[in-house]
Design a protein around this ligand. Sequence first.
Ligand SMILES: Cc1cc2nc3c(=O)[nH]c(=O)nc-3n(C[C@H](O)[C@H](O)[C@H](O)COP(=O)(O)OP(=O)(O)OC[C@H]3O[C@@H](n4cnc5c(N)ncnc54)[C@H](O)[C@@H]3O)c2cc1C
Length: 451
Amino acid sequence: MINKKLSSTSDLWWEKYQKDILHTGLDTECGTVVGLSEGLLEYKSINGKLIPVRTNKEGTLPKEAYEACASKYCNYPELNKFVFGEMPRNWLCGVTKSAFIGHASNEQIRRTGASGGILSAVLIHLLNTNKISGVICLKMDEHKPWKAVPHIAKTKEQIIASAGSVYSATPTNTILKSLKNEEGHLAYIGLPDQVAAIRKLQKMEHPTVKNIKYVFGPYTGTQMSFEAIKSFLRSHNIKNEEDISSLKYRAGEWPGHLEIQLKDGKTLKAEKFHYNYLIPFFITSSSLQVPDFTNELTDLSVGDAWSPALEKQRGGYSVILARKPETKNLLLNMQKQDLLTLKQISIEEALNMHGHMLDFKKRGSFIRNSWKKVSPEYGYRPVGITKGRITIEWCLWAFFFIGKQRFSRWIIEHLPISIIGPAFNTLRKGWKYISKPTKRKGLRNQEFTVL
Ligand SMILES: Cc1cc2nc3c(=O)[nH]c(=O)nc-3n(C[C@H](O)[C@H](O)[C@H](O)COP(=O)(O)OP(=O)(O)OC[C@H]3O[C@@H](n4cnc5c(N)ncnc54)[C@H](O)[C@@H]3O)c2cc1C
């Protein structure tokens, strides 16, 4: 399946990459290997998965491209010591100095953001105070507006235009190829596996990351392949993504809705929790594999502040984990200047907002990974997982296995979304309710062992 041309060349690190990461199915599509390949590799979408393949350029893959990849080897204890100089007290959320709920005080920034616009507000503040000259983040491509691409936002307007969440797999770290000659400090926004690769590169003192001063990121539960959008289009009788003139994964009032504008002037919409019906059918393997929900290796990570009271108020609320004293001070200074509206909460309270997803990652990922022929190595693992919890995982496995079959995807495309969206939401809530006692049981006291 992988480009055959390669096997004939003697290219140690590319051959190792294929053997250890691609052929084992562990690749998380973070973009690092392509970004550091010096033009030898590019992504090709094969059955919805982004696979690095060789370009026509001659040469051998640099060792760092293999070593920086966090798909198989991502030693969290070591990386925690490198980034924070300490190990997490709580492995559910990683090193955390303070937790907050809040939002950008500026209503435009708040409402353009995916949850409360915290990331955008912090980035704009860093830019305005000359702490950074740009932000590595995502934007929708000008020529292919259905596709997110990494770029360096250098103005407030560009940061605002890059706000919002992108739920289709996007290999942000392909941008590494263009960072060497960048001047001035940068902030970097990425998902947990992408951030881990950046941290590995910082540990190696690699020149591509020398300008990255701040590393932030969203909480990351699940992500889908772009096939999910294509399926959504097909269920509206649109055969080609090239008919899209704009795509927003979270438009409008928080929690937002998927909004696709078509070149013929039509608009397709689906509520966030209805569009989620596509998750079991198109979830990426990295979402099932990576055990980091709260983006533990960032300086600051942000998620949706799910709580019935806040959801009722609408407007947009984020939960924020400040992982270093400097980032806590940055938030408090912004609060003083009325740039952020914040309330400090306990770490307990922050974790209670996401019990299901913490369990999905901190127990689920480790159970799922233990079923693989070759497992990723994270340097720690949970201990004492009950048989009941493993049974729950088997049920989820069966659900995802059925979901990824062609016939299931075909069926889902031919059912009206007005029925399937709400039905899925009811099913999701029912499943959460039934599995809650087992999934939450012992979660807060879950023990982990460092290997
Ligand atoms: C794939 C994914 C899954 C998520 N799952 C959860 C979840 O299960 N529970 C939860 O509470 N929150 C989740 N989030 C986080 C949530 O959607 C918001 O991103 C977060 O609350 C930050 O909101 P904000 O308003 O502060 O960010 P904004 O002010 O909107 O800024 C977001 C920044 O993140 C960048 N960005 C967006 N998507 C990506 C991406 N895919 N890769 C790299 N950079 C990106 C944007 O370019 C922008 O700079 C997820 C986010 C993503 C991208």
